[in-house]
Design a protein around this ligand. Sequence first.
Ligand code: FA5
Length: 348
Amino acid sequence: MSKQPTNTTTSTSAIERLRDEGLAALRGAASLEELAAAKSAHLGKKSPLALAQRGLGQLGPEERRQLGQAINAARAALEEAEAARRSELEAERDRSVLAAEAVDVTLPPRTPRRGSLHPVHETMDAMVDVFVGLGYRVVTGPEVESDWFNFEALNIPPDHPARSLMDTIYVRGLGSEADAYGVTDLLLRTHTSPVQARTMLAQPPPVYVVVPGRVYRSDVADATHLPAFHQIEGLAIDAALSFADLRGTLAELARNLLGPETRIRMRPHHFRFTEPSCEVDAWHDGRWIELLGAGMVHPNVLAHVGYDSAAVQGFAFGIGVERIAMLRHGITDIRLFVENDLRFLSAF
Ligand code: FA5
């Protein structure tokens, strides 16, 4: 009795059927994974074709020759079909990878947005440039200031009503240690004028300085007021400076910043630290806009810092930077400067 494995296929027509099934599976594979599975099912070691080959030994010589030829032909056809389908699927995969990784060199690049100087700082720089051109030196002072520099050195004694004109923001809990002048009361400076005394205490006359910086008042914001804004202080002390020098200096500033046609006016005013004092306005958009306060430095201020008011005198001024920026750019509401709206800021 010949021992035949149950799976062994013994007729050429059965081999041809296996071949056709295999060809259909290989040609119909939709992916490289499916193709690998079909290859293993129809050409692998456990495929019906492999089993048939292994069963050849059981057959007589003529049968073995015929069936062997059929099996070899079927294998060759399946291998060829597998290779053909594989190259198709690989080409498809390469195409989709290329498409997914394609770079469109004609797309416009995403360039980062370019920032620009805030219009208030741009104006402050332009103002400082004018004064540097006139020979002034730039100095700065602290925003958290002592009561003495902010008020007393400027001839505003404690309890003087002039203090209530500037709504001061006091800093509590920081001033427990007295500073070099024995002062413990700290506040947010209400103007840049405290740097007048700081400068004069640090150097002998002559003095020509400008002081750009931020100042604070508990003002309510409206179209021309902010609770935190910028000033540029100017101080000039020399042997023979007069009110006419102050006027000429401010006229030079206005011409440079606001154009040669700018109309300005000086109004008499009162500051405790200057005598005489004035305010300067510029005509803009149908109304006068107050730009600055100024005057001849009060002899008491000079005495406070040890300057001899018989030998030197001079003038001082404090300019609102936002107000100048408004005039330069035709802005009618000062609050636009602090809203940080990029549509507004990128217009500069
Ligand atoms: C002073 O601050 C004086 N220290 C100026 C001074 C300096 C006078 C030296 C004499 C000698 P005044 O409070 O007026 O003065 O403010 C000066 C300028 O700051 C004003 O003219 C105005 O342009 C601007 N300013 C005042 N308050 C505000 C505010 N709340 N918001 C925006 N700008 C302001």
